[in-house]
Design a protein around this ligand. Structure first.
Ligand code: PLP
Length: 459
């Protein structure tokens, strides 16, 4: 561009060239840079219509202002920002109470970048505890394994591979998409560091049979003397179950449950970048994993995988807890669930779909095309509604349920009744169109390890 910068109009600015393979040379005005960034993004998905994601996409102006005011604070600098750290500590106590932790113990937990980091920390704690126990007993401690269902989120497969723990993954079956106690005897042994059960799984939204697994492990201990802890992956369920199902025991009320994670940025209603892990009590988080760092006023423990991170998510989570309170979360989750149930009913009434999740705890609608539908697949439906802007996940289910495809809609609180009915109609109209014209889509082929042939659930 050779005009004087003062004479450049927005149309000139949009047309600045973005170099593909060398670092930008001269820089440009802030207006021009903003115009280019924003125009580059125009064709991306509208996050509000991304129904394949659990992650929060709405915040009130006041929450945005809290975020804005905290965005340049590095969360790890506890000595500079002790009040932010105090918020985290307080919220850990609140979550320990919300998840029915035992009274009179020292709760321990931490804010993380997401549930992934939270799961890794919990997995490490169980690995360390198991190893110490084995060494104390003079037994071999070189072959830890972890038992989960085939419905686990990708993070657990990462944990197992990155931290060298043998995966013992109980396969699913068509029509049975959760982990139950049924086949545990083939998977659990003295080297099992923990059994991970999910509250609100990514594929169908269902909970594993947490109580059944717990009771089976009790009986197993009676029989063998081997005590195996449970971790609950409550990435989604952790912020739904306590509000909607207070009598349902999925949490620390079950003595074997020693750690729970949840994603603040899912139904915790903060913007992306926040997870939580909470331990039943301080001593479960193995002391060997804690580093002590010198701070101005003394020593501070640190036990996260990441060092620097943004503070805004912690501040916004604190805002949301204060703003909504138990009653607010309860109201929001109930309404969101009602909208999910209405959406799913309309889909089933259309005759095209069958429900995959009979128990509906979190607001996830998981359906599969009815057997009589021959001309198109769930992948075609997902492609077709994309024309209306919606993003819906179509999945091939994990082993051994690969014969089943799922179409999944994650209903989040910003989707009101009208919008969910509009989505249902768009899905049904896509089916009608496909019935006439036929579809062609097939499940995407994935690269990867032999232990991981299935789709990794997005979140
Ligand atoms: C989303 C999700 C995760 C990963 O959490 P992030 O917050 O995205 O890191 C783990 N487990 C389950 C069940 C999830 O839904």
């Amino acid at each position: 561009m050779s005009q004087s910068p003062d004479l450049l109009t927005p149309y000139d600015q949009f047309n600045f060239e973005v170099p593909e393979d060398h670092f930008p040379k001269m820089g440009m005005s802030s207006r021009a840079a903003q115009a280019l960034v924003l125009s580059d993004e125009w064709t991306d998905t509208n996050p509000m219509l991304n129904m394949s994601s659990f992650v929060t996409t709405y915040a009130e102006p006041e929450a945005r202002s809290v975020a804005h005011q905290n965005m340049f604070k590095n969360y790890i600098d506890h000595d500079m920002y002790p009040q932010l750290f105090a918020m985290e500590t307080r919220m850990v106590k609140w979550l320990h109470e919300l998840w029915n932790g035992p009274k009179g113990v020292e709760p321990y937990g931490t804010a993380t970048v997401g549930s992934s980091e939270a799961c890794m920390l919990a997995g490490l704690a169980h690995k360390w505890n198991w190893r110490q126990r084995r060494q104390k007993e003079g037994k071999d401690a070189s072959r830890p394994n972890m038992v989960t269902g085939g419905n686990v989120q990708i993070v657990w497969k990462k944990f197992l591979r990155y931290f060298d723990v043998e995966p013992r993954i109980v396969p699913l079956k068509p029509g049975q998409y959760t982990l139950t106690a049924e086949e545990l005897d083939k998977y659990v042994d003295e080297n099992t560091i923990a059994v991970v059960a999910i509250a609100g799984q990514t594929f169908t939204g269902e909970d594993d049979d947490i109580q059944g697994i717990h009771d089976w492990l009790d009986a197993y201990e009676k029989k063998t003397g081997i005590s195996i802890p449970m971790h609950i992956d409550g990435a989604s369920g952790g912020f739904v179950n306590p509000f909607l199902y207070p009598d349902y025991k999925w949490d620390f009320r079950l003595p074997r449950v020693q750690s729970i994670n949840a994603s603040g940025h899912k139904y915790g209603l903060t913007p992306p970048g926040l997870g939580w892990v909470v331990f039943r009590e301080r001593k479960i988080f193995n002391e060997d994993l804690v580093f002590y760092v010198n701070y101005l006023g003394g020593e501070m423990p640190t036990a996260t995988l990441n060092f620097s991170r943004n503070s805004m998510q912690v501040a916004v989570q604190y805002y949301q807890f204060l703003r909504l309170g138990f009653e607010g979360y309860k109201r929001i989750m109930q309404r969101t669930l009602d909208n999910a149930v209405a959406l799913r009913q309309r889909l089933v009434d259309s005759g095209y779909f069958t429900i995959m999740n009979d128990t509906q705890r979190i607001p996830v609608v998981a359906v599969t095309l009815d057997k009589k539908v021959k001309k198109f697949s769930e992948f075609d439906v997902s492609n077709k509604v994309r024309e209306k802007g919606w993003v819906l996940s179509a999945y091939q289910m994990p082993p051994n349920a690969e014969s089943v495809n799922s179409l999944r809609v994650v209903v989040r609180p910003h989707i009101n009744h009208n919008v969910s009915m509009k989505l249902a109609d768009d899905i049904i109209n896509a089916c009608k169109w496909l019935e006439q014209h036929g579809g062609t889509a097939t499940p995407p082929k994935l690269h990867g390890h032999a232990d991981e042939k299935s789709t990794a659930a997005k979140c």
